[in-house]
Design a protein around this ligand. Structure first.
Ligand SMILES: Cc1cc2nc3c(=O)[nH]c(=O)nc-3n(C[C@H](O)[C@H](O)[C@H](O)COP(=O)(O)OP(=O)(O)OC[C@H]3O[C@@H](n4cnc5c(N)ncnc54)[C@H](O)[C@@H]3O)c2cc1C
Length: 433
């Protein structure tokens, strides 16, 4: 019976262990925490957005754009749904975002743990792998030794699924990178992704706590790189919320390359996404028409009162200040230039991005083990035969919305299956002889 070691008992490691055990291997899973699936418990605000019905290759980012799609051809959305149904997790569909019907992330972690135990996976908890050695030869095949503080674990194949460097309080401290690097792999610099953004301007302290519908565009050296729309949250130091998370990986990577990064928010995207240019400034836009009508009807109001029912008071104040309109000036007395500056501010609320959030809070990492060194059909290392990699350890990061867990399920299952499968084909050949 082939012995498979799995390093890491998160989403991808549990999936790999289950797949390897289902395919006949004797599996030992080494997890540094005293429990498996600790990070799963915090996903989706404790409800676990385990996948998404709308799968699009653009939702998976990394150095090799097509890599994730090839992996999904082995084990994709429908296989994942079948897997969880069989494991007892009935799903709830919220606009394509899938959650366990119980709305409890713990039920997903429990289902995986129970499946693994049922299949005879040995869960070696409280075991942090410090070193990973490979020995063996062409005849005997590879031999892996995972060294922990108290014991050396041996295996014929090894799945490295120890996560990234994001959210280390759940156990992922960047071990995957150290272990993969020790065996010759290259690491694309890990940076926080799905994170808030810190901005230069001083007014954020006053906007903190505000939430509003907006679209966010990220411009790097003046060129638009990413955009999203949804509920933006203003923090003491900048902007957050799902649309900001979605574009953050592009902003953080560009900042790391020393580029100038700017965000432009449309604070009333319901009126369309027209950009303010010299040509459009005279044009009758829906937003301009709306404001002219509002001024005709209640132009006797000034300052925050004019915006009441449209924006929160603190945003109204900020907009007036940024467009240089005196607080006490009635709207009907605004000059054309003042109105134009105000509309520009609403359509393109510009802010300079200084940094992303830190690794402690980031939901995932961009970067990781270079996927050009991994076979996407099997998840086996092209450098170290018998070594398989899965999950966030790799240079793949998904968009917010269940895509990171889908990547963990798909890459984990593929890695586990192939880690076990070599034995099966070997046994098969032996029987034929
Ligand atoms: C707050 C938060 C919310 C999220 N919400 C969602 C969501 O709703 N939907 C979604 O798709 N994604 C979500 N994600 C992202 C998702 O949780 C991760 O992408 C996914 O869990 C990664 O799985 P993994 O197995 O690759 O890594 P991890 O889950 O990090 O697992 C790695 C495991 O390896 C263990 N380990 C590390 N080093 C060693 C070592 N040296 N020896 C032994 N064990 C080791 C760790 O303790 C850990 O248990 C969220 C993330 C966070 C932080």
């Amino acid at each position: 019976m082939k012995k498979v070691l799995v390093i890491g008992g998160g989403a991808s490691g549990l999936m790999a262990a289950i797949a390897a055990a289902e395919h006949g291997a004797k599996v030992t899973l080494l997890e540094r925490n005293r429990q498996v699936g600790k990070k799963i418990l915090v996903t989706g605000n404790g409800r676990c957005n385990l996948t998404n019905m709308n799968q699009d290759s653009a939702c998976y980012r990394g150095g090799e754009p097509g890599f994730a799609s090839t992996v999904f051809r082995q084990f994709g959305l429908s296989e994942t749904l079948r897997f969880f149904e069989k494991a007892g997790v009935y799903t709830r569909n919220r606009n394509g975002y899938l959650y366990p019907y119980s709305d409890q992330a713990s039920s997903v972690a429990d289902a995986l743990r129970m499946e693994a135990e049922h299949l005879g996976v040995r869960l070696a908890l409280g075991n942090r792998v410090l070193r990973l050695k490979v020995s063996g030869n062409n005849v005997s095949g590879p031999r892996f030794t995972a060294c922990t503080e108290g014991w050396n674990y041996e295996g014929d194949a090894c799945v490295l699924a120890a996560g990234s460097a994001a959210f280390p309080s759940a156990g992922s401290d960047g071990s995957s990178y150290t272990l993969a690097k020790s065996l010759g792999h290259h690491i694309i610099k890990p940076l926080p992704a799905l994170t808030s953004l810190q901005c230069r301007e001083g007014f954020y302290g006053r906007l903190a706590g505000l939430r509003m519908e907006a679209s966010v565009r990220i411009l790097v050296n003046g060129a638009e790189l990413a955009s999203d729309r949804g509920e933006v949250q203003f923090t003491k130091t900048g902007i957050s919320g799902i649309p900001v998370f979605q574009v953050s990986r592009y902003a953080v990577r560009a900042l790391d390359e020393g580029k100038k990064v700017e965000a432009r928010l449309n604070l009333l995207p319901v009126f369309g996404e027209e950009k303010v240019t010299e040509e459009t400034k005279e044009a009758d836009t829906a937003l301009e028409e709306f404001f002219r009508k509002r001024i005709r009807e209640s132009g006797w109001k000034s300052g925050e009162a004019f915006f009441s029912g449209l924006f929160a008071g603190k945003m109204a104040q900020c907009l007036l200040e940024r467009s240089g309109i005196p607080k006490g000036k009635k709207a009907e007395e605004w000059s054309e230039k003042e109105l134009f500056r105000l509309l520009s501010c609403i359509r393109e609320f510009r802010t300079d991005i200084l940094a992303g959030g830190n690794m402690e809070q980031a939901q995932v990492c961009s970067g990781g083990v270079d996927t050009s060194e991994i076979c996407p059909e099997t998840m086996e290392s092209l450098l170290v035969p018998g070594l398989y990699l899965a999950g966030e350890a790799l240079d793949i990061d998904g968009a917010c919305g269940g895509y990171n867990l889908q990547w963990a399920w798909s890459s984990g299952y593929t890695a586990g299956l192939h880690a076990a499968e070599n034995t099966q084909s070997f046994i098969g050949k032996g029987e034929n002889l």
